[in-house]
Write a protein that binds this ligand. Structure first.
Ligand code: GUN
Length: 283
């Protein structure tokens, strides 16, 4: 049985440390604050937003939640973002994705002030990640890197294969692994001979959003498997993008779902909000 990389435990430790750091920052007169905007009633998004609010409470971070109706216009949303960009009690702004179809996601992301963009989705922050000189990192890839570090895995020279090329996970994940000197391959739905490529991976990151997509024949013995997926299987049970039962006795390390990458994502959001507030102190 593979060693389990327990994000739940690592994130509890990081949050406890962060709580102390937040307290110290408050003594200097800086109060980190996160604004979370959710438009519409997507049930998964509602759960994520609730978890983000709870994490803020745990870390002593002030939070404001804006739950807007699905009919909210793009102009109304842009107006709110503008207000939050200029609000000194807010260090970080997050618009939960996806937004309803009548709102253009790119326009919304572009409207968030880059120095409050705790998701690191704004093109300025994406560009900074690309050149390796960045303030914010998207929370899920940041959480994965933290888990890899905690496990004592040295990325340098390793074959790193990412399944999925989203702006939220796949692409930034590739950059972060590259900055650590990994040899990085990004695969996607048009990739030919996918299993051949994934079987070469020392570190395999599954971020496709398809339940149990990575099967036993797609992994190498002893590999490190990071499962970013959060899906429901045929029985409605929570599962990842990796078929855990098929790979668990073959690979060296694996993140379970739930309790693996998920808790790390939210913890990284807390860390980024703290860092944003800290930078405002330094000017
Ligand atoms: N929806 C799914 N993942 C994310 C995320 O990391 N940030 C935001 N804002 N929305 C999401």
């Amino acid at each position: 049985m593979a060693k389990l990389l327990m994000g739940k435990e690592v994130s509890a430790r990081i949050k406890a440390e962060l709580k102390t750091e937040v307290e110290n920052l408050k003594k200097e007169g800086i109060n980190p604050g996160l604004a979370v905007i959710i438009v519409g009633e997507d049930p998964a998004s509602q759960v994520y937003v609730r978890n983000k609010e709870r994490a803020c409470e745990e870390c002593g971070i002030y939070s404001e939640k804006y739950a807007l109706p699905a009919e909210t216009t793009q102009e109304e949303l842009l107006k709110l973002i503008d207000e939050l960009n200029n609000k000194s009690s807010i260090s970080g702004i997050l618009v939960q994705l996806p937004v309803p179809k009548h709102i253009d996601e790119k326009t919304i992301i572009n409207a968030i002030a880059p120095n409050k963009d705790v998701d690191a989705f704004h093109p300025v922050n994406v560009g900074k990640i690309m050149v390796g000189n960045y303030d914010f990192v998207p929370c899920t890839p940041a959480g994965v890197m933290e888990l890899i570090k905690e496990s004592g895995i040295d990325v340098s020279g390793k074959e790193c294969v990412i399944v999925g090329r989203s702006n939220i996970v796949g692409k930034p994940m590739a950059m972060l692994l590259l900055h650590e000197n990994g040899t990085v391959t990004i695969t996607h739905s048009r990739t030919k001979n996918l299993a051949e490529i994934t079987r070469d991976a020392d570190i395999l990151v599954a971020a496709v959003g398809k339940p149990k997509f990575v099967t036993g024949d797609m992994v190498k013995e002893g590999a490190v498997v990071i499962d970013v997926g959060i899906n429901r299987d045929e029985e409605g049970k929570l599962c990842g993008d990796v078929d855990f039962d098929q790979v668990k006795d073959k690979v060296g390390m694996i993140t379970p779902v739930p309790g693996g990458v998920g808790p790390m994502t939210i913890t990284m959001l807390m860390e980024q909000t703290y860092q944003a507030a800290l930078r405002s102190l330094k000017g």
